[in-house]
Design a protein around this ligand. Structure first.
Ligand SMILES: Cc1cc2nc3c(=O)[nH]c(=O)nc-3n(C[C@H](O)[C@H](O)[C@H](O)COP(=O)(O)OP(=O)(O)OC[C@H]3O[C@@H](n4cnc5c(N)ncnc54)[C@H](O)[C@@H]3O)c2cc1C
Length: 382
């Protein structure tokens, strides 16, 4: 088992917010009973998302001035880890939902920000339509151009892997406007259609391709730059999705290794020394990954300039831990884990997704390697 953070640890959720982690734990116990069914049917876990909203968690993530509790990044991270351990698809759609709403509230004029906050509080759904088919990792620098028309800009193109798109009332979307990456809020109309794409993991996110056919991005929903930019929950939260999957992979393999007796020795698999070494290694990796994520969340809570460099480290560290531990889980489960009725194969598939979600592990390694090895570029003379 990995060592939990003591409640009074500075990297743990602040004491006055710890009740939210308990709310998530209570809900997660129910979610876990349906995870494999949602995966099998690839249905959106709408019931879970409604329960999260009804608990008040969605609203609590909003800034205080918009009716929320400005929930800390440490708490949102801890909540995500609990949710992802129970049902990673629910956790992913929820993260995209609160992240898109947060982006629109932060990058809007006060009246429009109030509108989006009220929509979140009322239970409307939000999603991110940022990744383009030609290069998902460049999701902040879109290549698709929106042309000026009366009242806004017209966009024809596609976005892919839009988690929860079919139930979204609002999208955070981007396009090139006058050569500049520009964010908009979009309420989908008949020009926005969904093309199912069945993903290998996180099937219940229904992360489909959406096509935009002469879709008007309204001028009054164009997002001006934020006056006081803060980290988005998605940038720090993706690591926690992987940590939750890693937790479940580790717990599942421990349960199996304790109960599976080897006919040759009469001892449980857990008594095999080679497995004890591998599990110890998994525990070390998971604890290190969790500490990096907690540190990153703490930096986000300070609005520190070190947040982004830290997030670029936390995400691949957690993605690797999840993928490696899920691989070990499959190895320990043997043939029993390799059949479609076993949760192990689902955990294995879900563990692959964090790796490729932007920014992918390769993207992060490229960034860390370049900045570590190469001298910084000369300062601009402007
Ligand atoms: C389950 C799931 C849910 C998602 N949900 C959403 C969502 O709600 N909204 C949304 O907008 N997007 C979403 N995404 C998209 C996601 O965030 C990524 O944008 C997408 O998975 C990456 O797409 P790509 O592989 O086409 O990217 P590409 O950028 O084309 O990457 C292809 C390959 O090139 C490598 N690569 C790319 N850039 C670099 C670099 N600079 N250095 C080194 N290697 C590089 C990558 O590692 C990868 O191996 C989701 C994805 C998944 C899997």
């Amino acid at each position: 088992m990995t060592m939990p953070l003591p409640d009074d640890h500075p990297l743990a959720p602040p004491p006055h917010e710890q009740s939210w982690v308990r709310v998530a734990q209570d809900l997660a116990a129910g979610f876990a009973t349906k995870t494999d069914e949602y995966d099998r049917t690839a249905e959106l876990p709408v019931e879970n998302l409604r329960a999260l909203h009804a608990s008040g968690l969605d609203q609590a993530t909003l800034p205080r001035e918009f009716g929320g509790q400005s929930l800390s990044y440490r708490t949102v991270g801890a909540v995500l880890r609990v949710l992802s351990a129970a049902d990673p698809s629910t956790a992913c759609v929820w993260l995209m939902h609160i992240g898109a709403a947060e982006g629109l509230v932060q990058h809007s004029t006060p009246d429009v920000a109030r509108y989006y906050a009220d929509e979140l509080i009322a239970g409307r759904r939000f999603a991110n339509a940022l990744s383009e088919p030609t290069g998902g990792n460049q999701f902040l620098t879109p290549q698709q151009v929106a042309e000026p028309v009366d009242g806004g800009y017209r966009l024809t193109g596609a976005k892919r892997f839009v988690s929860g798109c079919e139930i979204a009332d609002h999208f955070l979307i981007n396009a090139l406007v006058d050569g500049e990456p520009t964010l908009f809020g979009l309420e989908p109309d008949h020009t926005v259609t969904f093309q199912p794409q069945d993903t290998l993991g996180l099937r219940a996110t229904r992360s489909h391709l959406i096509t935009l056919d002469h879709t008007v991005l309204r001028t009054d929903r164009r997002c001006p730059p934020a006056e006081h930019p803060k980290p988005n929950h998605i940038a720090g939260g993706l690591a926690y999705l992987s940590l939750g999957i890693a937790d479940t992979a580790l717990n599942t393999l421990i349960d199996y290794a304790r109960t599976r007796t080897l006919p040759t020795t009469g001892n449980p698999l857990a008594a095999e020394q080679h497995l004890q070494f591998e599990v110890a290694d998994a525990v070390l990796r998971l604890e290190a990954a969790a500490l990096t994520a907690h540190h990153t969340a703490w930096l986000a809570d300070q609005n520190s300039p070190q947040f982004l460099p830290s997030a670029v480290r936390a995400k691949p560290t957690a993605n690797r831990a999840a993928r490696d531990i899920a691989q070990l889980c499959l190895q320990v489960g043997g043939g029993s884990g390799f059949v479609s009725t076993s949760p192990i194969q689902r955990i294995f598939r879900d563990a692959q997704t964090g790796w490729l979600m932007a920014h992918s592990v390769e993207f992060c390694l490229n960034h860390i390697g370049t900045t570590t090895l190469l001298p910084p570029p000369p300062a601009s003379s402007d």
